[in-house]
Design a protein around this ligand. Sequence first.
Ligand code: TYD
Ligand code: MG
Length: 455
Amino acid sequence: MARDGAVYACQSCGSVQTKWAGQCPACGAWNTLVEELQARLPGAMAPSKATKVRGLAFEGLQDETPAPPRIATGVDEFDRVCGGGVVPGSAILLGGDPGVGKSTLLLQVAGQAALRGARCAYISGEEAVEQVRSRAQRMGLAAAPVKLAAETSLRAISDGLKREQFDLVIIDSIQTLWSDAHEAGPGSVTQVRAAAGELVRLAKSRGVAIVLVGHVTKEGTIAGPRVIEHMVDAVLSFEGERGYPFRILRGAKNRFGATDEIGVFEMGDAGLAEVRNPSALFLNTSGERAAGAAVFAGIEGSRPVLVEFQALVAPSAYGTPRRAVVGWDSGRLAMVLAVLEARCGLSLGDRDVYLNVAGGLRITEPAADLAAAAALASSALDQALPQDCVVFGEISLSGEVRSVSRMESRLKEAAKLGFRRALGPAEMDGGGALAVTGATRLGDAVRRIGEAAWD
Ligand code: TYD
Ligand code: MG
């Protein structure tokens, strides 16, 4: 029997149920419903009769709005993903797996911004002040005038932020905060929502930019950052493949900028180093290119990025051939394999296929189809592509090679990095810097790869 005022909140999707169940009726997750009490004050949500109602003022669409002022933190990769710096009065959520480097990134952002004169605070609910301080020293930020605090009480934090004016405040992490107005435990949906709501209001009223750290969790015991995504102005995610030093900052939502930008960092002994030329990082430029490798000329956000696709097509030892892919969509791989088989006569159905995007980058562009197909065909035919060749193009189910956006920037970046050839849609124009091989159909491209001589 539910107690008075008790509800059950799913720690995964945030839906609220009146009855407990083993499985959340909203998202289907198991064992995620946790009893939570509503705000303790009775009738806290009921509208007060004494509240004065303001009239609703309308404005026109064409009225002038000045561009929001921005604080450039000095960490350029971070600023660009935010849309050119952080906007005062806005709230940013930074999500990511534990250990990916969120605290490191934000300490660096706060440190650099403070060195450039912004008033910055870093409030940690996870680490002691000494730990944060020693990390800052290791990162060469000992002289940055960042105000540190270790605190988990929402009341203490909001009092502190009302007493002193800051430009940028980092809260690490939202899941460690607790509000005494709610009985639910720290990290529960109720607490995370209450803390985020209060901090977002504070950001707006005080004109300070607040960055909230949110751990992405697989278990249902701690509420994930999803439950507050709608409250904040921007949602950024920090990603990295295990075993690789590269970290990618992506925008998933941004009220003040584009969401397709990425920031690239490399984790080292002295914190995160910004990678201004990602192509050089994701490419293996040493030595001959082996059969099964193709360099994709891609676009990430506003920047061209060159990255190597590696494929291995091998005889299968088992009845069901294996299909394994890292860094690319497995559905897309299945499609490209089917087109190679049906339209180009490459028989792959009884062979194991492995596809890997080098460097730990995850590619989502359809323009990568032809690069994947070229790597697969090159491995299947045991014929290496020329070392100085880039590949891009979208493939349709009928086997056509379609043109893609921004072909000129892709080719320009390739030329800049010493590539001399391109294999892609028939519509591309190398502009003289590259020898282009245009393919109207995937079959043409595969035939070209099968021919040994390119010169
Ligand atoms: P951290 O920022 O604590 O991750 P998060 O806040 O996302 O949980 O970073 C954790 C990892 O980063 C840790 O495994 C150690 C590594 N690291 C370095 O390699 N070099 C450094 O200079 C720092 C500060 C951390
Ligand atoms: Mg951390």
